[in-house]
Write a protein that binds this ligand. Structure first.
Ligand SMILES: C[S@@+](CC[C@H](N)C(=O)[O-])C[C@H]1O[C@@H](n2cnc3c(N)ncnc32)[C@H](O)[C@@H]1O
Length: 216
């Protein structure tokens, strides 16, 4: 694995209120959704636009990092590998073709060969990573040239498990943090940041931001 550039984040940035091992917090299965229906639909729409779901004309092998019982794809890709902390949640994911339980905060190395995926997804979870640049460097390693990494997030989280750097800033700051992680990981095109749920006069729901970059 290529060693990502040391990130110049302050010492406290990756501290968390709850520093206990993540397998304790994620022991109970949470078969819930973490963002509202419009935000979920925005994730599915983005994946469909990128040609990652079952509507793609060719088979796609997709990795959903920090996954649970739902991956928000409109239709299942040919292969969907889901990696997360809770075996029961992953077991309930109806689109998954392979399931991996792994704590990325203890071991950020992904157990897959180089250039073996057509997309890496991570939905509403990057705020929990204490070694995000290493995880994204691994994502770059296992993506095929031109394949996207798609990082989506909102303004909700489990605050005791989110890193302090995330909690210390606002939505614009979080977009900048995620884009910075991608740049520091290396191996990607310049990340594109977008708000997929534009605020409307009547819309008061969860915002859904996306950072997308392609394997260079
Ligand atoms: C807010 S949930 C999001 C689940 C799913 N991605 C979704 O969109 O509904 C956070 C997920 O991150 C995973 N997670 C948290 N810490 C993790 C870690 N250290 N390593 C791997 N996965 C982790 C948990 O298993 C949990 O399913």
């Amino acid at each position: 694995m290529t060693s990502p550039a040391a990130a110049p984040y302050p010492d406290w940035f990756f501290d968390r209120d709850d520093p206990t091992p993540d397998d304790r917090f994620y022991l109970p299965a949470r078969l819930v959704t973490h963002i509202d229906d419009r935000a979920i639909a925005a994730v599915g729409e983005l994946y469909a636009e990128l040609g990652l779901d079952g509507s793609a004309t060719q088979g796609r092998r997709v990795l959903d990092l920090m996954s649970s019982w739902v991956s928000h794809l409109r239709t299942a890709p040919a292969e969907l590998v889901v990696l997360g902390m809770n075996a029961a949640e992953l077991g309930a994911n109806p689109m998954a073709t392979e399931r991996v339980v792994q704590d990325l905060n203890l071991d950020p190395e992904l157990p897959f060969p180089d250039a073996s995926y057509d997309a890496v997804l991570c939905c509403v979870s990057i705020d929990y990573l204490v070694r995000p640049v290493e995880v994204l460097a691994e994502a770059a390693r296992l993506l095929r040239p031109g394949a996207p990494v798609v990082l989506t997030f909102s303004n909700r989280c489990f605050p005791t498990k989110a890193v302090h750097g995330w909690l210390a800033t606002d939505e614009a700051g979080r977009c900048a943090i995620v884009a910075d992680y991608v740049r520091r990981a290396g191996g990607f095109t310049e990340p594109e940041v977008s708000l997929r749920t534009p605020a409307g006069r009547l819309y008061r729901g969860d915002p859904l931001y996306a950072v997308v970059a392609r394997r260079a």
